[in-house]
Design a protein around this ligand. Sequence first.
Ligand SMILES: Cc1cc2nc3c(=O)[nH]c(=O)nc-3n(C[C@H](O)[C@H](O)[C@H](O)COP(=O)(O)OP(=O)(O)OC[C@H]3O[C@@H](n4cnc5c(N)ncnc54)[C@H](O)[C@@H]3O)c2cc1C
Length: 224
Amino acid sequence: MHFKLHHLVAFIIPTVIPYALDVDLEALPWDHLIELLSSEADNFHFASQDAWADQCVPIFQREGFPVWNRPPYKRFLEHGSNYELIEQSNGLCADIFSCAWKHCEFHHPDEEIDEDKWNLPYVFVHPLSVSDITASITFAREHGIGMSVKATGHNYVGASTDKDSLMLNMRRYTKYSSTSLLQCSGVTLRKTAPRKERVTTEELRSWACTVAKSRNTKAVLRVG
Ligand SMILES: Cc1cc2nc3c(=O)[nH]c(=O)nc-3n(C[C@H](O)[C@H](O)[C@H](O)COP(=O)(O)OP(=O)(O)OC[C@H]3O[C@@H](n4cnc5c(N)ncnc54)[C@H](O)[C@@H]3O)c2cc1C
């Protein structure tokens, strides 16, 4: 038998694309997943473009949708706080604003935007426990849908969002540190970060505590 192009195509399509491309997301038994989650509907939400527009867009609009200075000229948050973005209840905001769309290509939110240009998930779960994570992965696998994971949404290429995926937004997941805990009581707080190549432990400690206190959190965990 001679090798023909359609033999290759017939092999690649089922091998490389394991998920059904036309899953009817609306018809999936989402209730089954919700029942398995630790706090039911409270940590499960359908992702909506309207909620994204209501909560994420104004934060970037305030700055006039600043342009990132290198191609492909994404739009990002220049002066605002990443914490304001990740605290939004819709769970969808990310630092690179235009990554809400495919290839992080900017479209003005007032425009009519084709459905296939969007890159937002279909649902998102705020896991509170390991079982929330395993339930979500099992559900996605059983129904042939993709997954995305968001910590802070800080990634330059919008790696934390994917169209029509089931997103795990890790914002509310418990954060652990078994070593290097800083005690903030008695530490002199600073107004600015030490801007020099080498900083003393005492300077680092005071800065970390200042950040923690200004965010009104109990602790800051810095990795790297
Ligand atoms: C303005 C700006 C400045 C930056 N400055 C720096 C810098 O100085 N130094 C530097 O190194 N980087 C910098 N970055 C890049 C950024 O820190 C990295 O892209 C980093 O990956 C962000 O990690 P995140 O988990 O916070 O972000 P996210 O976008 O939430 O996630 C990043 C990736 O990790 C995956 N992920 C997140 N959490 C999990 C999890 N629990 N399990 C599995 N996968 C997970 C996501 O799916 C995604 O693929 C900057 C980015 C921006 C926008």
